[in-house]
Design a protein around this ligand. Structure first.
Ligand SMILES: Cc1cc2nc3c(=O)[nH]c(=O)nc-3n(C[C@H](O)[C@H](O)[C@H](O)COP(=O)(O)OP(=O)(O)OC[C@H]3O[C@@H](n4cnc5c(N)ncnc54)[C@H](O)[C@@H]3O)c2cc1C
Length: 392
């Protein structure tokens, strides 16, 4: 296996940044990579290893240090997720979702909520799931129908959340529910603990990829939570919280595509270097070199776009939403293509499970669908372009 220094990243890092990336790369190589194929085959969710990652500061990467967060930047985050995904994109992607939830609590929670939850989320003693999608509201998330009615000192939540990563295993569910009228301004965010009466889960979904993390419905049947479970103690701000969480989530999912695609590329380059056909090694065929050159260019373009968008999010630039959408769209598409090309370069062997390429292709496919489909990323960008050039 190559080290991260061979993978186009080393030249741009200072000494502190190198330590952060090396820590993630070392953990991924030792604690994820050797088991990734088994976890995939057995549908095993590696909670113990996730908690080990948290001990290294990866449970609350860009959260405040006063409540146990690591206090790092989004830029550090995307570099960490690239390294974790080099070993296992499915595990990296789940950790990305947990980090998104943790940041939402740290950023928007009251002091009491931050103190109660962030230290436990940082250690992953408490594992979190993000619950926005519903059977009737996916891309059009603001149309969600789950209701939260205020009754005395409590809220009563009823509805169904669809495709929830971690459902059944997670300890805390960050749930977007309607407290007001139709549309985004009627939505609030709640912190609902596993074990709450009325909270249950659907059957585990059988998926193309992401076998190392569970996906199921979260079902709320008159779940009563104290009023203190309302994130930020304010109704009507939940959609904004959910969308702001997704800015960083989109980058980290894209970084998970980049790490997976880089692993696929390294496997393919190494494979064609020694695979013989027509009296020579495949890598001596110029069209194969051209394919590798294009793949390497896509990887580096993806990396630079991600770093740029993460820095925009760190700096809070006016175009941060567009930068995140553009990077998510481009990187998840380009890296899926790289992984598929890597499979093709392996010939029939790429289709076999033991080479580890087909798992990467399966895992990366969903990154083009979730946290806003790549069509919705184009909707976000198109809206911004139309507003600049047509005043709409
Ligand atoms: C494995 C997995 C894990 C997931 N984990 C989570 C999770 O943890 N939490 C969570 O909340 N959600 C999660 N999701 C849900 C995911 O975010 C949604 O599937 C996604 O947002 C798309 O919603 P949908 O499936 O309802 O598709 P739809 O919204 O029905 O879209 C169907 C198709 O139409 C396209 N489309 C829709 N609107 C437009 C438009 N205006 N212009 C052009 N094209 C459009 C879409 O791009 C898509 O191709 C997960 C999904 C999967 C598969």
């Amino acid at each position: 296996m190559t080290t991260f220094a061979d993978r186009g990243m080393a030249g741009g890092l200072d000494a502190d940044e190198r330590v952060i990336v090396e820590t993630a790369a070392d953990f991924a190589a030792k604690r994820l990579a050797p088991f990734a194929l088994t976890w995939d085959a057995e549908d095993h969710f590696p909670v113990a290893e996730l908690r080990e990652a948290a001990q290294l500061g990866m449970g609350a990467i860009y959260c405040s240090e006063d409540v146990g967060g690591s206090g790092l930047r989004r830029l550090d985050g995307v570099r960490i997720f690239e390294q974790l995904a080099y070993a296992d994109p499915a595990v990296a992607a789940f950790l990305s979702i947990h980090n998104m939830c943790t940041w939402m609590v740290d950023r928007y929670g009251t002091e009491e909520q931050r103190a109660q939850w962030v230290p436990r989320l940082a250690s992953m003693e408490t594992i979190a799931s993000y619950c926005l999608t519903e059977p009737g509201a996916g891309s059009d998330a603001a149309a969600l129908a789950t209701r939260a009615e205020r009754v005395g000192d409590e809220y009563v939540l009823t509805g169904v959340k669809q495709f929830i990563s971690g459902a059944g295993t997670s300890d805390l569910y960050v749930i977007m529910a309607r407290t007001g009228d139709a549309g985004p301004k009627g939505i609030s965010t709640f912190l609902v603990e596993n074990g709450s009466p009325g909270l249950s889960f659907g059957a585990q979904e059988h998926k193309m990829g992401w076998h190392a993390q569970p996906t199921a419905q979260v079902i709320l049947d008159e779940v009563r939570v104290p009023a203190s479970a309302l994130l930020g103690a304010t109704e009507g701000i939940g959609f904004g919280i959910a969308m702001n969480g997704l800015n960083g989530g989109r980058l980290n999912i894209a970084a998970s595509s980049l790490g997976g695609a880089q692993a696929a590329f390294d496997k393919a380059a190494s494979y064609v270097a020694s695979r013989k056909a027509f009296g020579q090694n495949l890598i001596d065929e110029s069209t194969i070199r051209f394919t590798l050159a294009d793949m390497a260019t896509s990887l580096q373009t993806s990396r630079l776009m991600l770093w740029h968008a993460a820095s925009a999010l760190d700096a809070g630039t006016a175009d941060k939403v567009e930068q995140c959408a553009m990077a998510k769209r481009y990187v998840t598409d380009a890296c899926f293509t790289v992984a598929d090309q890597a499979l093709q370069l392996h010939g029939g062997y790429g289709y076999l499970n033991e080479y580890g390429i087909e798992k990467i292709v399966r895992d990366l496919r969903v990154h083009r669908i979730l946290e806003g489909t790549n069509e919705i990323m184009r909707v976000v960008l198109g809206r911004s372009i139309a507003s600049r050039f047509a005043g709409k």
